[in-house]
Design a protein around this ligand. Structure first.
Ligand code: GLU
Length: 484
């Protein structure tokens, strides 16, 4: 079978992590079977769809490496197709106009609630006479078009993730609205279930892979395929992404859109790798780091979980750090540049490049997210260091002033050249000459040079500060603090 799958985002918000993960699974499945991955933008909801969301979704998919082979198709450009399909349903007596007002529908639901029944449309306008319709139209009521759903039927399919599925017709909420209609009764804006089925048939979609929140839609959609005489595709319903508390990950959990993750400094390969693990595991379950094409080679639905996938920040951070630690230095420096620029650090990307590469090498082993680099390296870039409380406390200890003076003097005499050996010899001679503990000198130098008591390798940091012409100045300023 030729595999044709699709991702069908609605541009009513930025690219959501759930949609992106669905895109990843579709993409993996398509690549595994040398199939076609299609992008369709479901923008029939005129009020909520925004072009900037479409832009964000397309950009996010590209960024993640989810290049599509066909599309994007826009539902808003395919309205005639849906209208024809709805007309066909009307002509065949499989759909009808329903003139219920919102108030009537509300009343219906309230009464059902009082009787402890599940809310549903009671199909009351299924068999209106031409006279009744004319009377409603004369009242100016605007109808919707409903597709008939018989209560007494079982809809079944074999879900590729969840196995055999059964759904009762009576549990689908009564005859379903497939389109709005204009005042004159013309077929108007089509609704989701109808448009999806028409498109999936038209695009010859072989497998519908989407989140399990669409299971009830699948039951309804199967009835539409049957009504149209179309081939029902295979379905795979993937588990939802859950937060720590086990509830569906939502806006309330902070970041949810791919652009948020990008802004936080995750790289695309790391994020795509993590998303693949949200619901799937490779045959060798110990393998946690892989490229999308590695994953595609091994991907199948047997290894997709039925249970929801908990979003785990620690795991994402760990994966992110693995990627950053392996990145070639020049590439990482390039990736950090925008973060340093955003932090408004004073540097020249070209002239300072050798220095920037060394800064990158200094922090690479402890980098978790690209964005962290700004804070981690602030002390290297700044021209006006401030000393933390801990650093000031360190500087005010006995012996610090002499220790610093013992480094300042030879450093001032040394001029521009400073090697790790020379710097070490300054430390050793101030230790010896002033009978100090080496630990005290090292801690004092860290406090003086970096303004903090924690940070990357001290000697390398010192050499980097020296290249920037910052070390002697800072030691002298720290000496003032120490002597105050
Ligand atoms: N537009 C739907 C969504 O974003 C697509 C669901 C589907 O794949 O059919 O949830």
């Amino acid at each position: 079978m030729t595999v044709r799958v699709r991702i069908a985002p609605s541009p009513t918000g930025n690219l959501h992590i759930g949609t992106a993960r669905t895109a990843v699974f579709n993409w993996l499945y398509a690549r595994h079977h040398q199939g076609t991955f299609i992008l369709r933008v479901e923008d029939t909801d005129e009020e909520r769809s925004q072009p900037e969301y479409t832009e964000n979704i397309l950009e996010g998919l590209r960024w993640l490496g989810m290049e599509w082979d066909e599309g994007p198709y826009f539902q808003s450009e395919r309205l005639d197709l849906y209208r024809d399909a709805i007309q066909k349903l009307l002509d065949q007596g499989l759909a009808y106009r329903c003139y219920c007002t919102p108030e009537e529908l509300d009343e219906m639901r309230t009464a059902q609630k009082e009787r402890n029944e599940a809310p549903r449309y009671d199909n009351r306008h299924r068999n209106l006479t031409a006279e009744q319709e004319a009377a409603f139209q004369a009242e100016g009521r605007q109808p919707v078009i409903r597709f008939k759903i018989e209560d007494d039927q079982t809809i079944t399919w074999k879900d590729l993730v969840r196995g055999p599925m059964h759904w009762q017709g009576r549990d689908l909420g009564g005859d379903m609205v497939v389109a709005r209609a204009t005042a004159s009764g013309e077929v108007g804006q089509p609704l989701y279930n109808l448009a999806v089925v028409v498109d999936d048939m038209d695009l010859n979609i072989s497998h519908v892979i989407r989140g399990e929140d669409h299971i009830a839609n699948t039951a309804k959609q199967i009835l539409l395929y049957q009504a149209f005489g179309g081939t029902v595709p295979e379905f795979a319903h993937t588990p939802l992404i859950l937060n720590k508390e086990g509830r569906k990950l939502s806006k309330r959990d902070g970041v949810t859109s791919i652009s948020d993750f990008q802004e936080m400094g995750f790289t695309a390969p790391a994020l795509a790798n993590y998303m693949t693990l949200l619901g799937w595991s490779p045959p060798d379950a110990t393998q946690e780091i892989f490229s999308l094409s590695d994953a595609a080679a091994q991907f199948d639905f047997e290894r997709v979980n039925k249970a929801g996938a908990k979003f785990d920040w620690d795991k994402l951070d760990w994966i992110s750090s693995q990627y950053l630690h392996e990145l070639p230095l020049a590439e990482l420096a390039e990736a950090l540049m925008p973060y340093w620029q955003a932090a408004k650090y004073d540097f020249d990307p070209v002239a300072d490049r050798p220095w920037l590469d060394q800064v990158t090498a200094l922090i690479q082993p402890s980098l978790v997210r690209l964005k962290d680099a700004a804070e981690m390296t602030q002390f290297l870039f700044t021209r006006e260091l401030t000393w933390s409380e801990d650093a000031q406390k360190q500087l005010s200890q006995d012996g610090v002033a002499v220790a610093l003076q013992g480094v300042i003097d030879p450093l001032a005499a040394a001029g521009f050249e400073l090697s790790a050996e020379t710097a070490k010899s300054f430390i050793n001679s101030t230790v010896k000459a002033n009978k100090l503990k080496k630990g005290l000198v090292m801690r004092s130098l860290r406090a003086a040079l970096t303004g903090d008591m924690k940070g990357p390798d001290l000697m390398e940091s010192w050499l980097l500060l020296h290249q920037r012409g910052e070390d002697l100045k800072r030691l002298q300023q720290a000496l003032e603090i120490a002597s105050a």
